[in-house]
Design a protein around this ligand. Structure first.
Ligand code: GLY
Length: 297
């Protein structure tokens, strides 16, 4: 039996307040507990990261699902993806609206196996054909997201990067990653970030580990950050060193963000180059840790 572990993040960026930071860390821990329970009962890493991600999407504190930020037209357009490391199957949706949990639609894309990524109206049509009930975007909208959007337009707040994600390894040594986001606040309509792109916003390979990224999507895409981190774990680096190298690479390209990882030995990695990043880890023995800072020197 292998050491199973789950790692969750709730996004990287500026720290609004200590109170907000603590609440985000608590939200991550709650999501990690849901995923950990699945692993402890013998469930797969894929099921665990999906369940953790649903909990994060349903928590209005986070910029994913309910609580997603608004684009420059004041609309919610979400990106999400999920990947498993045994056959490296992946499913993703981009620029989707009208669903409560984009990660569940992404999972269905993975299960169907015909495509890896569906975007926009096609993604929403796929969701309907698969039986996902229409979910009014007004229910995804929170007062906080609207207030933030208004203040950004007035130029009194910097845009908030942020994403949620989870990575896990199960008892069989299978790894998986999931990432979901409302994207960057004030983004252009139709903009796709890193989150739904395998290699950029997430990656999973049983031989290397699993990674989920957060932060400035355009730079994460150019860095192919999650695959970059996975390649370092494949070369033998522990997850923590691998994410630190990845974040340094992101910084070299001028990007801000963070990443979480789990390696084949069940070790966790968490790093960011931002003042704030919420995260939680639960190991096989039930040991829990969480926080809202993981900036590397
Ligand atoms: N990392 C989230 C985004 O840029 O969309």
């Amino acid at each position: 039996m292998r050491r199973f572990t789950i790692v969750v993040h709730g996004g990287a960026g500026a720290l609004a307040s200590e109170e907000r930071g603590r609440a985000a860390a608590a939200g991550c821990l709650e999501a990690a507990r849901i995923g950990h329970r699945i692993l402890a009962e013998g469930g797969s890493a894929l099921e665990a990261v999906q369940a953790a991600c649903v909990a994060l999407e349903d928590n209005p504190l986070f910029n994913a699902g309910t609580g997603s930020c608004l684009n420059e037209e004041g609309r919610i357009e979400m990106d999400a993806a999920i990947m498993e490391g045994t056959s490296r199957r992946a499913g993703g949706v981009a620029v989707i609206t009208g669903v409560r949990n984009p990660i569940l639609v992404a999972r269905r894309v993975l299960d169907r196996g015909r495509h890896v990524l569906l975007a926009g109206e096609g993604a929403e049509r796929f969701a309907r054909a698969e039986g996902f009930a229409p979910y009014p975007p007004s229910l995804l909208l929170t007062e906080a997201a609207l207030d933030r959007w208004r203040r950004e337009r007035e130029g009194t707040l910097p845009p908030r990067p942020g994403t949620v994600g989870a990575v896990a390894i199960d008892r069989e040594g299978r790894v998986a990653a999931a990432t979901s986001t409302g994207g960057t606040s004030g983004k252009a309509p139709g903009r796709v970030g890193d989150s739904p792109i395998p290699g950029a916003g997430l990656y999973a390979d049983d031989a290397a580990g699993a990674v989920s990224a957060t932060g400035h999507g355009e730079t994460i895409l150019r860095a192919v950050l999650s695959r970059y981190v996975c390649d370092r774990m494949a070369a033998g680096l522990p997850a923590q060193q691998a994410v630190e190298e990845g974040i340094r690479e992101l910084g070299r390209l001028g990007g801000e963000g963070g990443a979480i990882a789990v390696d084949p030995a069940g070790r966790a990695g968490i790093a960011s180059n931002t003042p704030f990043m919420s995260w939680a880890v639960i190991e096989a023995d039930g040991r829990e840790s969480s926080g809202h800072r993981c900036r590397i020197p």
